[in-house]
Write a protein of this length. Structure first.
Lengths: 305, 633
């Protein structure tokens, strides 16, 4: 085998190794410099893993009433988090309950970011009529309280997870467009964009190959901060009885009317789903804040990182 | 050396992250306090008991003292027994007149005309007089506006009205209430149905046959003769219905045919003081006092309570919190667990007694009428006994089309035989009837957002999904939408089944439950077959009409027969055969299990509160009409 034949593989290997080394280093750096963010990340991983692995974590169907179980049974060896008013296992409901909440949080934010950044790039890069149209559209949407949009969608369509993802994304997208539009405008005035224009790059290429990578770190920051807000939107709606269908295993659902009357005597109905929801929101906030510290160029050199 | 991660923050202004961290610590602390607090609650069993418990203990003390007295010297024993007796039967402090009863409800009334809606019985009970009332507990009618009555034959009822009855000052200037007013009020229903879109079920007034030739004679101001169009065994009890309110003609005429702008149209113990978005308030009707009655109605100085406030509190938890905090005097029906919890609350008294509830699962006839196998499969897929264990906390019985308090209800064993749980057979029938093709998208049902709990609906949906493999989508609705969705025209109902419950006596104090099963009753407007006098919807395909006509006509004929059968024993047989017919045809209403015990939560400061199940029965001596109920300061 000649050196010339080996060279590309070697380069690839070194490149991969270099990436892994850099990634590991970055992780260690993050852990050392951002303990709260690390805590948040761990909690997020645990909650996601718990939701995904729920079927193998000593759970039962979260909707099924267990006739032999006590009504409002306190936490015990059989039911680690107790049972609710309908003799359902709270441990199972908490684990399965993370699925819709996390799914809506991630799904809504993914949709928000995808649509929001696309519109922000168009508005910021093209300017003129495109910018005016998009900006006015945003103002129209923002003029209506978010809760009304959410109610409208869940009433007009249905109360499925998909609808809630769409509804929550709809209310967050205008703010996201505004946020990124400013950054795109800022980037557009930098020399590299001008240089790209000079060499004949198309608008699309400049937007997606040059500007987007430069605002990408902010996407991670914005996403990690928006996820808990999206989760709380869903929780608020469900808590009001207008979100996910009754009976659906969901943290917010279990804090709703069917259980509320029994919180005084069955603390586990309040504490476990409430703690799961609060922990998730807190963890995303910690993680988002830390990611902002690490990735937001405006904070670099501020002494925080 | 670089300063530590935490150390550098001491010199910085407070960041968002730090606030969050602080919040987390505070949250954890609060959670710990909550846990500790809850733990303490468990120890409160020995805490100072509520007034009712004190009375019970006093009674026990009396009994113990009496036993001791027997063993002791006669004189001492007598003294001890007397002392204990005095403690046990400690006379309540003197009746305190006045005060405000603080009522609460979930939403404002859709109408304040008793011929248009009676969904909320409070205002009809407070502001209107009726000819009669009927008590389930005492199983007898009592005169409200009427002092006496007789039934010379099967279709003639003659009533004598109390002399000198008056409307409230805002209704017809407070003039005397006469037999003509009663006749006018009862005659309004057909017009209200056709012109005002009345929501009042026709069976509340249709039994008289006012739209089929019934007539009224008013030879003088205090005599009324009702000539029924056909015999009706439940005529006397039915006159206690909320809808049978006596309305002043002038108020109706002033409102252009309805009472939208003239709600003070009655002669009840109270009259409206204010109506707005926060609720209704009622004050005494000054014209009400001074009459005589041996049952507490129209008696001088009564009612003891001066005012009623009926606040709109949409959130069920808030309603509960208001009762617990002493800001409200009524919560209403509660379950066993809540009753146990509330028993130790100082502001609450729990009243317990035999229930007379009726709960049903209406099937939309438009979707189900053609599919008898699927209807049976649905019924077989519901675990009825588990429903009693889980939803009713083991304190339940199997429901039937006749209320459980009535002697004509089928025996429990027979109901269990007629209404079984058999998942294997359910699946087989479902497959045989092509269920997956008929209902490819599963089921839809409606849940009330104003109700306290949807557990029973969730249980049914879960049971069907587990045992039949068909999911149900739960569609939420507030009160206005709830009724609209329930009663949407044939072919336009979004739901496949609709679960509803009621106290059998809240409206017609006899066989109201049955009206859900017959074409001329709720069965028609909800989802059951739609025949008889009601025109079949044009939306019904021919093949459905064929089926609905057959079953519907049979149901209606059997229902009419029981109404016309005056002999009690004969009627019992007819009623039981009707129940068997309903059970075996599964069309289009399935009776649900019902509680065997009913608990009611009322403010502890109330005295002379009526017992269960009459407590909420507007037609009886329910708390809304308990004029001798009073408030202890």
């Amino acid at each position: 085998m000649t050196t010339a034949e080996q060279a590309p593989e070697l380069i690839e290997f070194q490149s991969e190794r270099s990436f892994l080394v850099r990634l590991t280093g970055a992780v260690f750096h993050f852990v050392r410099r951002q303990p709260l963010g690390t805590f948040g990340a761990i909690v997020i991983v645990v909650l996601i893993a718990g939701s995904i692995l729920a079927p193998v974590l000593n759970t039962q169907d979260p909707g099924t009433s267990i006739r032999s179980a006590p009504t409002l049974g306190a936490p015990s060896g059989d039911h680690w988090f107790g049972t609710d008013r309908s003799k359902r296992d709270v441990w199972s409901r908490v684990l399965y309950g993370g699925r819709p909440t996390l799914l809506i949080g991630f799904g809504a934010v993914a949709l928000t970011m995808a649509v929001g950044i696309t519109f922000a790039l168009a508005a910021g890069f093209f300017g003129g009529l495109v910018d005016i149209l998009i900006s006015r559209l945003i103002e129209i949407i923002i003029a209506v309280p978010a809760i009304l949009w959410l109610l409208m969608f869940t009433t007009a369509i249905d109360r499925s997870v998909q609808t809630l993802i769409f509804a929550v994304a709809f209310t967050f997208t205008p703010i996201t467009i505004r946020f990124f539009r400013g950054n795109v405008l800022q980037e557009s005035s930098i020399a590299y964009v001008e240089a790209a224009r000079v060499i004949g790059a198309s608008g699309g290429r400049i937007m997606f190959r040059h500007i987007l990578p430069n605002v990408a770190p902010l996407v991670i920051v914005a996403a990690s901060i928006t996820i808990p807000a999206a989760m709380l939107s869903e929780a608020g709606l469900t808590f009001l009885g207008l979100g996910l269908e009754p009976g659906t295993a969901s943290w917010a659902q279990d804090l709703g009317p069917n259980n509320r009357s029994y919180f005084r005597v069955a603390w586990w109905l309040l504490v476990f789903p409430g703690a799961a929801l609060a922990l998730a929101v807190l963890a995303f906030n910690f993680f988002g804040d830390s990611m902002r510290d690490v990735l937001d160029p405006r904070l670099r050199g501020s002494g925080l990182i | 050396m670089a300063e530590g991660y935490w150390g550098k923050y001491w010199r910085r202004r407070v960041s968002r992250r730090r606030v969050l961290a602080g919040g987390a610590a505070v949250g954890a602390g609060a959670a710990a306090l909550v846990a500790v607090g809850c733990g303490d609650d468990d120890d409160d069993d020995d805490a100072e008991p509520a007034a009712a418990t004190q009375a019970a203990q006093a009674t026990e003390a009396a009994a113990e003292a009496t036993e001791a007295a027997a063993a002791a010297e006669e004189a001492e024993a007598t003294e001890a027994a007397a002392a204990a007796e005095a403690e046990a039967t400690e006379a309540p402090s003197a009746i305190q007149r006045g005060g405000t009863f603080r009522h609460q409800k979930s939403s404002q009334n859709t109408s304040l005309d008793p011929s248009v809606t009676v969904t909320d019985p409070t205002w009809t009970a407070l502001t209107y007089s009726h000819l009669l009332g009927y008590s389930l507990v005492e199983e007898e009618a009592w005169g409200d506006a009427a002092t006496g009555w007789e039934q010379p034959d099967a279709t003639t009822l003659v009533f004598s009205l109390e002399d000198g009855l008056k409307f409230n000052p805002e209704a017809a200037g407070g003039r005397d209430m006469t037999s003509e007013d009663v006749a006018f009020s009862y005659s309004r229903f057909p017009t209200s149905l056709s012109e005002l879109g009345s929501e009042v079920n026709q069976l509340q007034w249709g039994w008289m046959g006012v739209d089929r030739g019934a007539s009224f004679d008013t030879p003088d101001a205090t005599t009324l003769t009702i000539n029924l169009a056909f015999p009706w065994a439940s005529a006397i009890p039915s006159l206690g219905s909320s809808a049978m309110a006596i309305v002043a003609r002038e108020a109706v005429e002033a409102g252009g045919g309805h009472l939208k702008d003239t709600p003070n149209a009655g002669g009840g113990a109270y009259m409206f003081d204010n109506i707005d978005d926060t609720g209704n308030t009622y004050k005494r009707n000054p014209n009400y006092r001074g009459h005589s009655s041996d049952r507490g109605r129209f008696t001088a100085e009564m009612p003891y309570i001066d005012r009623w406030e009926d606040a709109i509190v949409t959130d069920p938890s808030a309603r509960e919190a208001r009762l617990l905090a002493g800001d409200s005097d009524v919560l209403g029906g509660i379950d066993k667990i809540q009753a146990e919890l509330f028993a130790n609350e100082g502001n609450v008294q729990v009243i317990e007694g035999p229930a007379n509830d009726h709960a049903i699962m209406e099937l939309d006839g438009f979707k189900w009428a053609q599919h008898p196998l699927l209807r049976e499969a649905l019924s077989l897929s519901i675990d009825w006994e588990a429903y009693i264990d889980v939803v009713l906390d083991g304190e339940g019985i199997r429901g039937a089309p006749v209320g459980p308090a009535f002697s004509q209800v089928l025996p429990q064993d027979e109901i269990r035989e007629l209404q079984q749980f058999d998942p294997a057979r359910a699946k087989a029938l479902w497959a045989q009837g092509g269920g997956d093709e008929v209902f490819p998208d599963g089921f839809v049902t409606v849940i009330a957002t104003f109700g306290a709990s949807t557990r029973h609906i969730e249980f049914i949906a879960q049971s069907i999904e587990e045992n039949l493999g068909v999911p149900t989508r739960l569609e939420p609705a507030d009160l206005a939408n709830y009724v609209a969705l329930a009663t949407a025209p044939a072919g336009q109902k979004i739901w496949h089944y609709f679960i509803a419950g009621e106290n059998s006596l809240s409206t017609i104090p006899d066989y109201n439950a049955l009206t859900h099963y017959v074409p001329n009753g709720y069965g028609a407007i909800f989802g059951g077959v739609y025949t008889f006098d009601h025109p079949l919807s044009a939306a019904y395909p021919e093949e459905i009409i064929e089926v609905t006509n057959e079953i519907g006509t049979e149901l209606q004929a059997r229902y009419d027969l029981q109404g016309a059968t005056v002999d009690p024993e004969e009627r019992k047989q007819v009623l039981q055969d009707l129940q068997r017919y309903i059970f075996t045809n599964f069309c289009c209403v399935l009776p649900l299990p019902v509680p065997s015990v009913q608990y009611y939560a009322m403010g502890a400061r109330l005295r002379n509160v009526p017992g269960v199940p009459d407590i909420a029965n507007n037609a009886s001596m329910g708390y809304r009409r308990a004029q001798n109920m009073w408030i202890e300061a």
